[in-house]
Write a protein that binds this ligand. Structure first.
Ligand code: C2E
Ligand code: CA
Ligand code: CA
Ligand code: CA
Length: 276
């Protein structure tokens, strides 16, 4: 394990100067990407784990760079954060997701909840509640069909302000979930204080150390239910994982086993097929 870490570190330091250049060119490209319409929002289905019915989807940002092809969000979202572009981008994603979800409803699909990831800067933005209110109003989507995903670590700074923001969002009728649950710290303390509806069990618990992690997954599910929270497992890739979650009465599931994140028109096909 120690050797592995050393290798990772060497790899990391060797790539710093390279990545600095890459960063500069990415910053230049990012500022053009909006104009060039290179950003897209894709949607990954979330299903009722017992019935397999689609009940929601997570909006995930995609950048289709004209020369470099698809660039994963884990690479460019931190750059948008650093350059204070994430709030504007976040508002665009929220608008897209709300409009798309309303469009599906207008087209006769059974109503589902769309979840949108918030970045730390968005959560701490004093205008967040009015931005969300505006997206709902512009799209005419009912608030109960929008969910916002935050992580534990985001809620750790400016707790009082965050608590107030979350209360206002809940008051609007929007749902709030804790993403990557179990990977931050102070999890339990936050659960007792923050008004959230749902926990998303991080995918590492399905993918690593099967024996120990199954015990952790079970306890998260049981704890969620004891607290009247819904619980979703992300990163479901195999039938075996699905069966385990079904037997533990996890409420919802998301992962490649059901579907990859898809462009809106394909998500719609998926929705209607599964409903039949
Ligand atoms: P996340 O919120 O934890 O999103 C789940 C990630 O897991 C997504 O990666 C998704 O494609 C991937 N995934 C889904 N099913 C499976 C599976 O079965 N197995 C595995 N191994 N992975 C699966 P993606 O789309 O690359 O997004 C990475 C991260 O970037 C997200 O993690 C989120 O933190 C961030 N992100 C993506 N879109 C947005 C956005 O619109 N706004 C913000 N603020 N962050 C975003
Ligand atoms: Ca998420
Ligand atoms: Ca996650
Ligand atoms: Ca994550």
């Amino acid at each position: 394990l120690k050797e592995q870490r050393t290798n990772d570190y060497q790899f990391y330091s060797a790539s710093i100067s390279k990545s600095f250049e890459a960063l500069l060119s990415m910053e230049a490209d990012l500022s053009k990407a909006r104009e060039l319409k290179e950003f897209e929002v894709h949607y990954q289905p979330q299903t009722n784990i017992e019935t397999g019915e689609i009940i929601g989807c997570e909006a995930l940002l995609r950048w289709n760079h004209s020369q470099k092809g698809y660039i994963p969000p884990g690479v460019f979202i931190p750059v948008l954060e650093k350059n204070n572009q994430i709030n504007e981008m976040g508002e665009w994603i929220l608008q897209q997701a709300c409009h798309q979800n309303k469009k599906w409803q207008d087209e006769g699909c059974p109503p589902i909840v769309v979840s949108v990831n918030l970045s730390a800067k968005q959560l701490h933005d004093p205008d967040l509640v009015s931005t969300v209110r505006k997206a709902l109003k512009d799209s005419e989507l009912a608030a109960c069909y929008l969910e916002l995903e935050i992580t534990e670590s985001m809620a750790m700074t400016n707790e009082t302000t965050v608590l107030k923001t979350l209360q206002e969002l809940r008051h609007l009728g929007v749902q709030v979930s804790i993403d990557d649950f179990g990977t931050g710290y102070s999890s339990l303390q936050y659960l007792s204080r923050f008004p959230v509806n749902k926990l998303k069990i991080d995918k590492v618990f399905l993918h690593e150390n099967k024996g120990r992690n199954e015990a952790i997954v079970k306890s998260i599910i049981h704890m969620s239910h004891a607290l009247n929270l819904r619980v979703i497992a992300e990163g479901i890739e195999t039938e075996e994982q699905l069966k385990f979650l079904q037997s533990e009465k996890c409420d919802e599931g998301q992962g490649y086993f059901f579907s990859k994140p898809l462009p809106a028109h394909e998500t719609k096909k998926w929705m209607t097929q599964v409903g039949e």
